[in-house]
Design a protein around this ligand. Sequence first.
Ligand SMILES: Cc1cc2nc3c(=O)[nH]c(=O)nc-3n(C[C@H](O)[C@H](O)[C@H](O)COP(=O)(O)O)c2cc1C
Length: 208
Amino acid sequence: MNVREAINKRRSIRKFKPDPVSDDLLLQLLDSARLAPSGSNTQPWRFIVVKDTDTRQRLQTASYNQRHVGQAPAIIACCADIKAFGEFPERIDELIAAGALPAKTREVFVPSLKKGGMSADMKWHLLIAATGNTDIAIEHIVLQAVELGLGTCWVRWFDDNKVKEILEIPNDIEIIALLPVGYPAEEPSQRPRFDLKKIVYYEKYEAS
Ligand SMILES: Cc1cc2nc3c(=O)[nH]c(=O)nc-3n(C[C@H](O)[C@H](O)[C@H](O)COP(=O)(O)O)c2cc1C
């Protein structure tokens, strides 16, 4: 299956077979997430794999009882650690060593970050960055799952505090999405999408 085929085939799956997903397949999904791009290679994503039946049921309850959450044999709780940005100088050094960035990057970027400190504004920007970066990694999982014959569904409608309590997630870690994973028990048709002409402009933004 090539990338375009996976993109075409992917659907949000909300009915799963009870068959378990092997650890090997789950690792393949997580390894696809690991290879996602991130700003300055900060890799702020963190994942919790949940297979325990009782925990999955509690996560379903915390997700306003969305049944596909508990029905899937595994849930990947996808989180972002904003503290990953504190390791920014190390990541820049690695990128320089790998030949991805010129050596002068360190003198330009690292002091400018330190000088600014961690203002509330900066924290807000880092939170947006951490969320965006983790979203990319999650979609890597989602598309890899299609190739492996698995189904997933992004779930972002949940009670954040309850999920944190169930999974013992510290307060400074953001939960970006819950991703139920399993073998699909449904084959939905493609969901509606906007036409390209509604979403693509050329040369300048076209206000409607
Ligand atoms: C960020 C995000 C959050 C979502 N949250 C939920 C959710 O909480 N529950 C759910 O059933 N689907 C959720 N979805 C799935 C969307 O409803 C779905 O992607 C959209 O309706 C298009 O359908 P498709 O994914 O099958 O193409 C979410 C999708 C995204 C990208």
